[in-house]
Ligand binder design. Structure first.
Ligand code: CMC
Length: 357
C-alpha cells in the first residue's frame, strides 16, 4: 500500500515529463523554459491538444476569442450570484453552468469560460462591473484587462502569458490525476475540469501562492525572517512555496517565473525581499530536514509575479486553473483514448461481520 501513490505508474502520457532528480520539465518535447519564452497561450493549447481532437484549426486564437464572448453572454445573468462565493468556488460554479461534452468546442469553451469567469469574479469582488471580452485580443492580454479593468502593457500581457504556459501541464499531479479518473468514466470534459479545479484548490497543490504572500507579509522584513521561520517550523507548519513531491532540486518553473518577474518594473521591492527570505528559508530547511532536499517550488515566484501584475491574491488559484485547463483537457482526452475506466483497489482493514452462532 502506497498512500501517496508516488511509486505507482498509472498512465502513459505523451504530454509532459517531470524529472525530479535534475529539475527538468518537458512538455510535448520542449523544455518548459523554451515553451514559456516562445509560445503563446493559444499555441500551447494547440500543442497540448494536437492529435486528441478532430478538426483542430491551424490557429486557436479566433475560436477562443469568439468563445470568450459567448461565455460572457452565458454567464452574465448569474455573475453576481457566482461572485458571492469565494473565488475558486465561484469559478467552479461558473464552469458548472456549461453544457458538458467531449469535443473540441467544449474544450475551447472551457478555456474561454475559465478566463471570462476569472475576470468577472475579480471585478465584482473589487466592486466593479465585469468587462466584456475582446474577441480580437490575445487570450493573456484580454484576461489581464478583464481582471484589472485597464489595458495591460505588452510586457505585462506577455508575462501573464508566460505564466499560463509555464503551468499548463505537469505530469500526473493530483488535479490531473482526478481529471483523468473522471474522464475515464466518460462523464465529459467539463466534469473532468471541475474535478481538476477542486483538487487544485488545496494549499498543498495550487492553493499555495496566496499563502506565500501572507507568509511574506507576516515576516515583513529580513531582520524578522530567522525568528519567524523558526517559530513556524517549531509549530509544525509548512512553508508555502517550498518542497515538492517529485523535485529534489529547484522546480524549473520557479526559475522561469523568477526571470519573468525580474523583467517587470512594478515589483522590485517585493522581489528583493522575497529573494532574501527565500535564501533564509532554504538555509533553515536544509538544517531542519537534512535527509529531505526541499527547494523553491513554482508557487513562490507565482505569488510575486501575479501580485506584480495587479491580480488580487484571492484570484491566484483561478489564474493557475486558467493555465492548467489546457493540460487537464489533454490528459482527459488521452485517458479517454485508452478506453479504460480507472478503478484501483483498496485493502479492507475494517471489521468482519460477526459469524452467526
Ligand atoms: N515546509 C516545511 N517542511 C516541509 C515542507 C515545507 N514546505 N515540505 C515538506 N516538508 C517536510 C515535511 O514536514 C516532512 O517532514 P518529516 O519527514 O519530518 O515529517 C518532509 O519534509 C517530507 O515531506 P512530505 O510530506 O513527504 O512531502 P510531500 O511530497 O508529501 O510534500 C508538498 C510535497 C508540496 C505537499 C510539500 O512540500 C508542502 O506541503 N509544501 C508547501 C505547500 C506548497 O508549496 N505547495 C505547492 C506545491 S508546488 C505546486 C504544484 O505543483 O502543485
Amino acid at each position: 500500500m502506497d498512500a501517496g501513490l508516488e511509486k505507482v505508474v498509472a498512465a502513459e502520457t505523451v504530454l509532459s515529463d517531470v524529472q525530479g532528480a535534475n529539475g527538468r520539465l518537458i512538455i510535448r518535447g520542449r523544455d518548459v523554459e523554451d515553451l514559456a519564452r516562445d509560445f503563446s497561450f493559444e499555441q500551447t493549447a494547440s500543442l497540448l491538444w494536437g492529435g486528441f481532437f478532430d478538426g483542430m484549426p491551424a490557429d486557436l486564437h479566433p475560436p477562443l476569442g469568439v468563445a470568450r464572448v459567448v461565455a460572457f453572454a452565458r454567464l452574465a445573468p448569474d455573475f453576481k450570484r457566482i461572485a458571492a462565493l469565494p473565488e475558486t468556488e465561484a469559478l467552479r460554479a461558473a464552469l458548472s453552468l456549461m453544457p458538458d461534452g467531449d469535443d473540441l468546442q467544449t474544450a475551447i469553451d472551457l478555456a474561454a469560460t475559465m478566463a471570462v469567469a476569472t475576470g468577472a469574479i475579480a471585478r465584482l469582488k473589487s466592486g466593479g462591473a465585469p468587462l466584456e471580452p475582446d474577441a480580437t485580443a490575445p487570450h493573456d492580454a484580454d484576461l489581464l484587462r478583464m481582471i484589472r479593468g485597464d489595458a495591460p502593457t505588452e510586457v505585462e500581457a506577455r508575462a501573464l502569458g508566460a505564466y499560463l504556459v509555464t503551468v499548463c501541464d505537469h505530469g500526473l499531479n493530483a488535479s490531473t490525476f482526478v481529471a483523468r479518473c473522471v474522464a475515464s468514466t466518460r462523464a465529459g470534459l467539463g466534469s473532468a475540469v471541475i474535478a481538476g479545479l477542486s483538487a487544485l484548490k488545496g494549499p498543498l497543490h495550487g492553493g499555495a501562492p496566496g499563502p506565500v504572500l501572507d507568509m511574506l507579509d507576516g515576516i515583513g522584513s529580513i531582520g524578522n525572517a530567522e525568528h519567524w521561520i523558526r517559530d513556524a517550523l517549531d509549530r509544525g507548519e509548512r512553508l508555502m512555496g517550498f518542497g515538492h513531491r517529485v523535485y529534489r532540486t529547484l522546480d524549473p518553473r520557479a526559475g522561469v517565473l523568477k526571470s519573468v518577474v525580474t523583467g517587470l518594473p512594478a515589483c522590485h521591492g517585493r522581489l528583493a525581499l522575497a529573494q532574501a527570505i527565500e535564501g533564509r528559508i532554504l538555509q533553515r530547511l536544509a538544517a531542519e530536514k537534512p535527509d529531505r532536499k526541499l527547494d523553491t517550488n513554482a508557487e513562490y515566484y507565482t505569488a510575486i509575479l501575479l501580485e506584480a501584475l495587479g491580480a488580487p491574491r484571492g484570484l491566484f488559484t483561478c489564474l493557475f486553473a486558467c493555465g492548467r485547463v489546457t493540460g487537464w483537457i489533454a490528459h482527459a482526452r488521452e485517458q479517454l483514448a485508452t478506453g479504460r475506466l480507472v478503478r484501483p483497489a483498496a485493502t479492507y482493514v475494517g471489521p468482519l461481520p460477526a459469524i452467526a452462532a
